[in-house]
Design a protein. Structure first.
Length: 445
């Protein structure tokens, strides 16, 4: 991408190496912090603007590091700035946070971080603030940042909830949630065996190891651009966390079964099921019609779309989509607080509000009650979330069982996390996976 003089940045500074990357990172941070935008959505729209894969990786690393350490950096700014930045200074704040992340979490060479970030201020047309930014970044370089606990990144109400739910594990949850996640791959067994793909990675000079916890999983201790993965574009492999890969094991549909993925976008779990058994009669629903394209793209890349149907519908509104034929297996990967994936979505801690949990619990219950009606006698409904809050998980299932006479929990083994009345919860970072909850429910005949 070439930034023109008529574009959002002034002068020629944006053409200098590294400046455009800092500018784009600052704009992503300003959108996420100042306007409540999703980090995932902002990165998806911004990364294609950079042609070089190394620049894209740096932009992503800056944004994640700045958001993980946001509370520390904002505390430093309150101490160091005589006058706080105003509501129109979002891009300037973004550049300061990006500069801090480069010096602190990413430990980039100070001269490169300082030079490119200060030039980015000038490229914004804010020459008068360049000296201020330079002085603040040099102070950060000299003094470092205030000491902070991992839990300080979490809002108080959510921190208290985690401590109530997981008193013995809370400190580990907070610490793990602020660490970069490993890159987990799911091998498409229609294209490769896992061992054969592991050899492909090693031949490409990529360090990798298999996991005994999921049959198709490979872990990369050091993340690499997906474009460098052998056969990625041809669907040989997908990026999917260990915990999410285990869904195929906990649902475990019988060969050729009729399967519903009720909240399917972007389609990774449904594709995994079809990679394992192309004969499944699978229907993928999503309430947001705009997200159906993501599902189709996932199916097309992995080569599993021929036997699947994709529809836009509210899964709880049965009259809108159900033809009356029951399903042997239903996957309800329910909308949730995402508190188990903070290491992948650090903006969760910025955007989540207490009232969100009440609304989510009500929606989850509505989906459970509706979808239970489409499960065949003897069939299975897998309730899954990427939350670690008991209200959304163990308590949600207990309440469902109390009002549903023909439902029982089919207990899962220890490989799926901490046990509670047959359900399983992995906490963030355990066995290298994301925080994730599984409850396998069987319908009486």
């Amino acid at each position: 991408m070439v930034v023109s003089a008529s574009g959002p940045w002034k002068g020629g500074a944006a053409q200098q190496p590294g400046v455009q990357t800092r500018l784009l990172a600052a704009k992503v941070l300003a959108a996420v912090i100042g306007r409540g935008r999703s980090l995932k959505a902002e990165l998806a729209a911004t990364l294609p603007k950079l042609d070089d894969g190394r620049d894209r990786a740096l932009l992503e690393a800056i944004c994640f590091a700045a958001l993980r350490r946001r509370t520390v950096y904002e505390q430093a700014l309150r101490q160091w700035l005589q006058k706080p930045l105003g509501p129109r200074d979002g891009d300037l704040m973004g550049l300061l946070l990006a500069g801090f992340a480069q010096l602190d979490a990413l430990e980039l060479p100070a001269h490169a971080a300082l030079s490119a970030t200060v030039e980015a201020v000038r490229a914004l047309g804010r020459e008068r603030q360049a000296g201020l930014v330079n002085a603040v970044l040099r102070r950060a370089q000299r003094e470092g940042f205030p000491a902070a606990r991992a839990e300080d990144a979490w809002p108080q109400w959510l921190r208290d909830q985690v401590r109530r739910d997981w008193p013995a594990q809370a400190d580990a949850v907070f610490a793990a949630s602020l660490q970069p996640a490993p890159l987990w791959l799911r091998v498409n067994r229609q294209r490769y065996s896992r061992d054969a793909y592991l050899e492909q990675l090693r031949a490409a000079g990529i360090d990798a190891e298999i996991s005994a916890l999921a049959a198709d999983a490979i872990r990369l201790p050091v993340a690499v651009p997906v474009a460098s993965l052998p056969g990625f574009g041809e669907g040989a492999v997908s990026v999917q966390d260990l915990s999410a890969q285990q869904v195929a094991d906990t649902l475990a549909p019988s060969p050729g079964a009729r399967v519903l993925d009720a909240c399917a976008a972007p389609g990774g779990k449904a594709a995994h099921l079809l990679e394992r058994d192309p004969a499944l009669r699978l229907l993928a629903l999503d309430v947001d019609a705009r997200r159906l394209q993501r599902i189709r793209e996932t199916f097309d890349r992995t080569g599993v779309g021929a036997s699947a149907q994709v529809r836009a519908a509210d899964a709880a509104d049965l009259d809108a989509w159900w033809d009356g034929e029951p399903f042997d297996a239903v996957l309800l990967d329910a909308p949730c607080s995402a508190t188990g994936v903070v290491r992948r979505q650090p903006d969760v801690l910025l955007h989540r509000r207490p009232g969100d949990i009440d609304a989510l619990v009500a929606l989850q219950a509505r989906l459970l009650d509706a979808l239970w009606q489409v499960v065949a006698p003897g069939g299975v409904l897998l309730y899954a979330t990427c939350s670690i809050l008991r209200r959304e998980n163990q308590q949600q299932i207990a309440a469902f069982l109390a009002r549903t006479a023909d439902a029982r929990v089919d207990g899962l083994p220890e490989a799926f996390g901490h046990g509670d009345a047959g359900t399983r919860q992995r906490l963030p970072g355990e066995q290298g996976g994301d925080g994730f909850f599984h409850a396998r429910l069987v319908k009486g005949r």
